[in-house]
Design a protein around this ligand. Sequence first.
Ligand SMILES: *Cc1c(COP(=O)(O)O)cnc(C)c1O
Length: 396
Amino acid sequence: MSDKDWQDYSIETQGIRAGQHRTPEGEHSDAIFPTSSYVFKNAEEAADRFSGRIEGNIYSRFTNPTVRAFEQRLAAMEGAEYALATSSGMAAINTVCLGLLKAGSHVVCSRNVFGNTTLTFKNIMQRFAVETTFVDLDDIDAWQSAIQDNTTFLFIETPSNPLGTLADIKKLADLAHQHNALLIVDNVYCTPVLQKPLNLGADLVVHSATKYLDGQGRCVGGAIVGDKALIIEKLLPILKTTGPTMSPFNAWVFHKGLETLSLRMEKHCQNAMEVAQWLEQQPTVEKVYYTGLTSHPQHGLAKQQQTGFGGILSFTVKGGQENAWSVIDSTQMISITANLGDVKTMITHPETTTHGRLSDEERAAGGITDNLLRLSVGLENVEDITDDLARGLNAL
Ligand SMILES: *Cc1c(COP(=O)(O)O)cnc(C)c1O
């Protein structure tokens, strides 16, 4: 079947079937093509490929069958025409920047994005005369007033890390389009299984495949998904020229990861909900941040634009940093690591890790207090997870 045909299938099927191209060997599982270059039948074919007169593989910086298989599968799942794989999530974001921005451009970016995304705009793009205005994710009036005549795109991550604040994707897409700007959505937390930003009006989705798309913490990679013409015209030339390429081996791992993504996300959501509800009952827990809880101020919006609430939650303990650290240090099973989106449950103290580089004011504005802990809830038995947390919480 051609890749277009997969658009009519459900996401579980797309994750398993889209983007597979069997070789004459008839392999059932996908082959890996670890090759840097390709041979041509003759000089004329080489010339035709290089000039673009005929399609085909040229060099693995920008054409590789395994990478293409992953791109086609992810594109089908996001409901998109096209995807471009990159060497990391940050490479995806930087490819978007290099492809769409120029000196004198302006960006409006959510204050609540991945730390290196903030640094990309604040430090790197700034050096190339691109100005960025940072605004609160959920303050639509602030977005409106931040837009200028030279605004090229709005950039968001929803739900945001670590407090699970949401943006109304449709409203922001409409706002961007009224001003001839694009909306770019980092969809790492939800994955296409729980949220399809392109269907809500976003122009491009970026991914860190390192997280849930792999889901087992093996490889670093990323992707950009969206309109074929936009990607081919503006972003593919950047990938071709500057080379933030995904390796065939990593592409194969991600391609296989997508086969179980729907199933994993369903279970991540179920476990996270149970842990969140359990945490709400604990006397030493002050507050739980999870969009699946009716106590979350944006629970309604989450239900409207997502099909699940995801695997990440945060909570504050009574007391300060000392108590937060002692909960971390009392765990025996949960991994003490600042990563997310793995089958293994992970715990981190954002103030001193993921958000450690921010100023005190920036942390205060983002609600990153010294008693806040973030959990990326994995797929272990949920009682084993709560038992591990209970050890530290009961001792406070
Ligand atoms: C990890 C992450 C990134 C960056 O991805 P890398 O693969 O680590 O480069 C970007 N956005 C979000 C939300 C992330 O969690």
